[in-house]
Design a protein around this ligand. Structure first.
Ligand SMILES: [Zn+2]
Length: 135
């Protein structure tokens, strides 16, 4: 049984979560100013336009900042500790909070290239985490 808190899926974010189960990372793109944003919003945070569309991100980026969580955020996270909580700067521009998985926490550095790697939780939710790029 999965004991960690799960995202609340509402109509605004349903397309994002549906795509996640297909391992596709959706972000919003503004037709007026041309910029991307994340988390998804109804209005562009750069220019306040409502001309925003879902687009598929490449799923690549670099580590903007991170911390190693040695004390878990709660009992459900205890088996994972130590784990890496990071802010990844997507190549499209937006930054997202996530986990870096698949590598020892001590090997993580700011600026490293990463690629999205989904953790399938249930039929409605897959969580976008990131692994270090092989290259
Ligand atoms: Zn805009």
């Amino acid at each position: 049984m999965y004991e960690k808190p799960l995202p609340i899926i509402d109509p605004d974010t349903a397309p994002y979560w549906k795509a996640s189960t297909e391992h596709r990372l959706l972000i919003k793109h503004c037709r007026d100013c041309g910029q991307h944003h994340f988390y998804p919003r109804e209005l562009c945070p750069h220019c306040h336009s409502d001309a925003v569309d879902w687009v598929q991100a490449k799923g690549t980026g670099s580590i903007y900042s991170f911390t190693i969580a040695r004390r878990p955020a709660g009992p459900a996270f205890k088996p994972d500790a130590p784990y890496v909580v990071a802010i990844v700067a997507l190549d499209e521009g937006p930054r997202m909070m996530t986990n870096i998985t698949g590598s020892p926490p001590e090997s993580i550095r700011i600026g490293q290239r990463v690629v999205v790697a989904y953790e399938d939780i249930n039929e409605d939710v897959s969580l976008p985490k990131f692994n270090l790029s092989a290259a």
